[in-house]
Write a protein that binds this ligand. Structure first.
Ligand code: AMP
Length: 285
């Protein structure tokens, strides 16, 4: 495994690979969810590239950029074990040198849900992912279904801007009890860890209602909200039942429908998502 911190060195190594390159962009502090993406890439492609970069431009002034967990040595050990070929681990100034002033805006898709609570978040994501795609030149790039809006935004960006690669959305990796694996789970104390299960349990409740024939989105949404509100440590940012392609709220739940939620557990903000019917990879395009 070769590890690079400059764009020039990474490009030089990338230029030696003529076959299909699978790319997994991450912010590091790797866990089984990230490794599932790496394994998917390994299975599909001839070589795998991973980036580790805590991208400052996708964090707001009150977000957790400074305290976001980092452990480069551990990350590199995990990636070496997975047989990753290239790792790109730039410093902030390498990606955003003085005078940087160009941004990628994806439009309406980015204004709702996460975008409403984290202004400029998706501008930062779309910009850094565009830069990484230009540097890595992947054949395919892999994103997690947990960050369902992000996956939809990236797919839209790739389509709108004719970027020459495929986007693959990988199912959410979960702990044994269903909690979506996330680097931010480390912030939870044991009581909050228990409380955090309300996200997954509310999604399961919604799926159960839907499978029993409930089709009114507002009824399902309200039942999810009441369920989460029974947990005193939880504070809801949003619960949404949306069209997976447009992310517009649905009135009638016709599959495929995407349920997305963001909930604070104490001082930690968690998100999760579940697709009712269909396959996210196919339906978000
Ligand atoms: P992050 O490091 O949080 O920016 O995540 C990097 C990539 O890993 C993104 O595409 C995430 O959606 C994906 N990811 C994070 N957690 C999970 C998970 N539990 N299951 C699947 N993919 C995940």
């Amino acid at each position: 495994m070769k590890v690079f911190s400059t764009i020039a060195d990474f490009r030089e190594a990338r230029s030696q690979i003529k076959d299909r390159v699978g790319f997994v962009p991450t912010m590091g502090y790797l866990h089984e969810g990230h490794l599932a993406l790496v394994r998917w890439a390994r299975g599909d492609c001839d070589a795998v590239a991973v980036s580790i970069f805590v991208n400052p431009t996708q964090f707001g002034p009150n977000d957790d950029f400074a305290r976001y967990p980092r452990d480069a040595d551990r990350d590199l050990g995990l990636l070496a074990k997975e047989g990753v070929d290239l790792v790109f681990m730039p410093r902030g100034e390498e990606m955003y040198p003085p005078g940087f002033s160009s941004w990628v805006e994806v439009g309406r898709l980015t204004e709702r849900l996460e975008g409403a609570f984290r202004p400029a978040h998706f501008r930062g994501v779309a910009t850094v992912v565009t830069k990484l795609f230009n540097i890595v030149q992947p054949t395919r790039a892999y994103f997690g279904q947990k960050d369902a809006q992000q996956a939809a935004v990236i797919k839209r960006m790739v389509r709108d801007l004719n970027m020459n690669l495929d986007i693959v959305v990988v199912p959410t990796g979960r702990e044994g009890d269903g909690l979506a694996i996330s680097s931010r789970n480390i912030y939870l104390d044991s009581e909050e860890r228990r409380a955090a299960l309300c996200l997954w349990n509310s999604l399961r409740r919604a799926e159960d209602l839907w499978s029993k024939g409930e089709r009114d989105a507002e009824t399902i949404r309200q039942k999810m909200i009441s369920f989460i509100q029974q947990e005193p440590k939880a504070k809801i940012d949003y619960v949404s039942i949306a069209d997976p392609e447009t992310l517009e709220e649905l009135i009638e739940v016709k599959p495929p429908a995407l349920i997305l939620l963001a909930v604070w557990i104490g001082k930690t903000r968690l998100i999760d998502a579940l697709l009712l019917g269909g396959n996210l990879s196919e339906s978000a395009l």
